[in-house]
Design a protein around this ligand. Structure first.
Ligand SMILES: Nc1ncnc2c1ncn2[C@@H]1O[C@H](COP(=O)(O)OP(=O)(O)OP(=O)(O)O)[C@@H](O)[C@H]1O
Ligand SMILES: [Mg+2]
Length: 154
């Protein structure tokens, strides 16, 4: 079975169909680019995979967990799926490291020392370790984007 398997996914906003029966298989380690004009539904597809948008039809399955929202709750599923939002959605009142560690500590109940070590390594990798205690408003767009990627990976 594929890591991620999407079958016949249909999503409308009111009576405006956006995703009209999407089938997609993603293998472990595979990198897939979703390409298309603005407004065609790329972000909507990603939001559906996280259960952030209710869908009208279809199934989304994750290897080892089954059908998301059915065999496994969306709350659990979201812990297995990282997402970088189009506008990053960093919490403005939290510094970089607290943005990154919020989910791992609050939701996953990980130890700060372990999660912070992972975060530090990734911050170094994206060249932002020295911005660890900065607030989002002090960062450039690209820096915010890389912090959002680190948050998602941790
Ligand atoms: N909450 C919503 N309510 C109503 N319509 C929405 C909502 N969210 C998105 N849409 C509409 O769904 C369509 C797809 O939006 P989406 O954000 O998925 O596009 P996209 O492919 O990610 O575009 P972009 O490249 O500009 O990011 C657009 O026409 C948009 O107006
Ligand atoms: Mg988008």
């Amino acid at each position: 079975m594929s890591l991620l398997s999407i079958q016949h996914l249909q999503k409308s906003f009111a009576d405006n169909p956006i995703l009209r029966g999407i089938d997609l298989e993603v293998e472990q380690g595979e990198v897939v680019v979703i390409l298309g004009p603005s407004g065609c539904g790329k972000s909507t597809l990603l939001r559906c995979i996280n259960g952030l948008e209710p869908i009208q039809n279809g199934e989304i399955s994750l290897k080892g967990f089954g059908r998301l929202g059915q065999d496994i709750s969306w709350i659990k599923a979201r812990q297995e799926i990282g997402m970088v939002f189009q506008n990053y959605e960093l919490f403005g009142h939290m510094n970089v490291i607290n943005n990154i560690l919020l989910g791992p500590l609050q939701v996953q109940k990980r130890q700060r020392i372990e999660a912070e070590k992972v975060a530090d390594e990734l911050l170094k990798r994206v060249g932002l370790y020295d911005r660890k205690h900065d607030y989002p408003r002090q960062l450039s767009g690209g820096q915010k984007q890389r912090i959002a990627i680190v948050r998602s990976l941790v």
